[in-house]
Design a protein around this ligand. Sequence first.
Ligand code: 5GP
Ligand code: ZN
Length: 112
Amino acid sequence: MADCLFCKIAAGEIPSSKVYEDDQVLAFKDIDPQAPVHFLVIPKQHIDSCAAIDAQNAPLVAHIFEVIARITKEEGIESFRVVSNTGEQAGQSVKHLHFHVLAGRSLAWPPG
Ligand code: 5GP
Ligand code: ZN
């Protein structure tokens, strides 16, 4: 999608600190980390947000969760939080589906 920051990162047009990549997804470190471990996992295909998940793209979303489990296991991260802010009130600033993976410190609940 033109003018989408994460589409540009997925295409390699904007550099990122890659954690994992395959033909469908990219994981990269958040530019403004909120925990000692903070990376984002995105589909390479543009999807607006969690609100746009449907029967057609659900297998891709399932693959993202499989990738999150694989990365965290490989890095020895046993405790982590997965967050996907959806919509402006929830704090979504980039309108391309992404899952934050946060770890390495105690994480408060409920979130702010
Ligand atoms: P949101 O606010 O939509 O839930 O999450 C967007 C995230 O993208 C933020 O945590 C922000 O720090 C991160 N971000 C914004 N621009 C860039 C960028 O150019 N590179 C990287 N690696 N992360 C970014
Ligand atoms: Zn996009």
